[in-house]
Design a protein around this ligand. Structure first.
Ligand SMILES: [Cu+2]
Length: 642
């Protein structure tokens, strides 16, 4: 149980974790990550705050408080909103209704410790409820030091995070109304693949909603939410050695989002018509400052806002022995950006860029549509499945409006400096998937083969036809910031295909073997290059022996070498590896459970392909090297529930 829930989500077939820091992991799904994978917490979608996604959605789901992680297999239904590549929702612990009219207390608590980074996590829920109302308080605290790897310590990987929340629900007539508020506070935490580290994230989540059967066979769901992110990152608080006065930077980033969703389902869960509408408003602001010079500041993302409103219709029915789900959604988006303010100490060249930018349109509008058709055999031990879909993604405000050459790229962490492009068109993916679910007493096997052809795929490409020749103001500013060959976001074309599966086998009654295997290949179609940060073929297999009150087992994680890398992004190849772990679990008494294990049993030095590359000089990891996996170490977890 690592602190970062992205690492847990990455265990799903087709999943991988793109790690940009101990609390900054992104779920990569079938070769795509970042804003292409939709993330929600407790069903609430929101705009994250960091221009480099130091707070991807799962940053707000401390593993110790996660009750469940739901990853949509393959293509997300249109009802989940626009999502090009996949969707993940983390459900945090919450109080439950009881069967009694008398108030009763319940709760859960967990404590987790891991030796590789001397970390601990404590968290839990205290709940009070009747059959009419429920009230819950959740809290967690996590701390970890720089982790050990075979060869020393990975500098800049320590972290601190706390979360507190209250939530409640009330049964009103045919349904339930709920309201929840949480505050997540991340204290100084490292981001070794970036120039800056987290000083803080102070983020408030507010959500309220209603769900219930308002008439026979008619279910209404409503929800509204607000998320406010306040963020500071710099290169002096955590980074060692501390940045020189000339290169010291402190960047403030805010994001505020409002969401509203309504949906009405006519029919049963298995046979229905679902209609709905949803909207999201997100405002972002980023200002780069110099910690010791108040006259130096630049608004790299001045008042960038995105407004989206969409509607969908989704039907589910049966044809012969087949279930059919078909959905269509339409979204309209408007984006705009404000005028950048610049301090008096900012040199002339960035001023010229700002003036040119101020004179540009700084606005965009798009209308996009998604369609999904899913077919699967119902109530069959061997159930084939087929999905055909068209999915779209509107360029982010960053990809469109980043006027100042910076490394902000929503977490690519490739070291390149990027420029936005107001001429970007939305990405369109054409997707076909086929697979089957085969379930017998001794075996469950669920493979899926997929093909995704992405038209207008957004990818950084060389700024102009003469890369490295500083014949433009943008290139000169980029060169002053350390990259004479900046990239500009552009529409290219790409394709991704692959196969992934999960399986569970019980060859003998008490022995369980389960695992996942994933293979994905991502290529450009317009030039001979591969897509950036695509996980190599990998396999996870665990074997466990189950006793009446205990389980013991071993798990193998293996990844092939990745030689298909992106030349455009300057990506380096990686070697294959295999890592072994041991684990055990013991049910002590009712509600009390002890688990523990050893990670990296053979103390192998390995570097996951999707790990970011180190930029911290004061680390035992060489600058430019991929961050290695943790050394051999133990972990223990105690959970209690009443
Ligand atoms: Cu940041």
């Amino acid at each position: 149980m690592p602190a970062d829930a992205a690492t847990i989500a990455a265990r799903a077939p087709g999943g991988a974790a793109a790690i940009n820091g101990p609390l900054s992991g992104q779920l990569s799904y079938r070769g795509l990550a970042g804003e292409r994978v939709a993330g929600r917490i407790n069903g609430q979608s929101f705009a994250t705050g960091g221009p480099n996604a130091m707070d991807p959605p799962l940053h707000y789901a401390p593993a110790v408080l996660v009750e469940s992680l739901t990853i949509v297999r393959g293509v997300a239904p249109v009802a989940d909103g626009p999502a090009l590549a996949g969707a993940v929702d983390a459900r945090l612990l919450h109080a439950r209704f009881t069967d009694s009219s008398e108030a009763g207390a319940h709760g859960a608590a967990a404590i987790h410790a891991r030796s590789a980074n001397s970390s601990f996590a404590v968290g839990g829920l205290a709940g009070l409820a009747t059959n009419r109302w429920r009230l819950g308080v959740i809290a967690s605290r996590e701390e970890g030091e720089d982790y050990r790897f075979p060869g020393g310590r990975a500098g800049d990987t320590a972290y601190r995070r706390a979360l507190m929340g209250v939530e409640g629900g009330f049964r009103a007539g045919p349904g339930e109304a709920f309201i929840e508020y949480r505050r997540s506070e991340t204290d100084p935490s490292g981001n070794p693949p970036y120039a800056l580290d987290i000083v803080y994230f102070d983020t408030d989540f507010l959500q309220a909603g209603f769900g219930g059967e308002i008439a026979p066979a008619a279910r209404l769901d409503l929800r509204m939410g607000h998320v406010a992110v306040r963020h500071l990152m710099d290169d002096i608080t955590v980074r060692r050695p501390v940045a020189t006065p000339a290169s010291a930077r402190a960047t403030y980033a805010d994001a505020d989002s409002f969401t509203a969703e309504a949906r009405l389902r006519l029919g049963t869960p298995a046979r229905h018509l679902l209609v709905g509408a949803d909207a999201q408003w997100a405002d972002r602001f980023v200002r780069i400052t110099h910690p010791a010079n108040a006259a130096f500041f630049i608004d790299s993302q001045p008042d960038m806002n995105g407004r989206r409103a969409g509607a969908f219709v989704q039907a589910r029915t049966a044809l012969g022995g087949w279930a059919v789900e078909a959905g269509l959604r339409l979204d309209r988006t408007r984006q705009s950006a404000g005028l950048p303010q610049l301090g008096a100490a900012v040199p002339a060249m960035p001023r010229m860029l700002a003036a040119a930018y101020a004179a540009s349109a700084r606005a965009a509008e798009d209308t996009i549509w998604d369609a999904v058709l899913k077919l699967w055999a119902e109530d069959a031990a061997f159930a084939p499945r087929l999905t055909l879909a068209r999915k779209t993604r509107v360029p982010s405000v960053l990809e469109r409006f980043a006027w100042l050459p910076t490394e902000a790229s929503y977490g690519l962490a490739d070291g390149n400096i990027y420029l936005g492009n107001q001429a970007l068109r939305p990405e369109t993916a054409w997707i076909a998937e086929a697979g089957f679910d085969w379930t017998t007493r001794a075996l469950t096997l669920r493979p899926t083969a997929f093909y995704r052809r992405v038209e207008d795929y957004i990818q950084g490409t060389p700024y102009d036809g003469t890369p490295g020749v500083l014949d433009s103001a943008s290139e000169r500013v980029a060169a002053m910031s350390g990259d004479a060959t900046p990239l500009m976001f552009r529409n290219v074309s790409a394709e991704l295909y692959g196969l992934d599966l999960d399986f569970t086998a019980r060859p003998l009654g008490v022995l369980v073997v389960e695992g996942t295997a994933s293979f994905v290949r991502g290529k450009r179609r317009d030039i001979d290059d591969d897509l950036y940060r695509v996980a190599p073929a990998n396999l996870r297999v665990a074997a466990a022996r189950e006793g009446p009150r205990w389980v013991v087992g071993a798990e193998l994680l293996a990844a092939a070498a990745q030689n298909n890398v992106s030349a455009t992004n300057g990506e380096s190849v990686s070697e294959g590896y295999a890592v072994l772990g041991l684990f055990g679990q013991l049910w002590l008494t009712r509600g009390l459970e002890l688990a523990g294990g050893i990670e990296n049993l053979t103390n192998r030095l390995y570097r996951p392909h999707l790990a970011g590359r180190n930029r911290v000089p004061g680390s035992d990891v060489a600058v430019g090297e991929r961050l290695p996996g943790a050394a051999r170490g133990g972990w223990v977890r105690l959970t209690a529930a009443i």
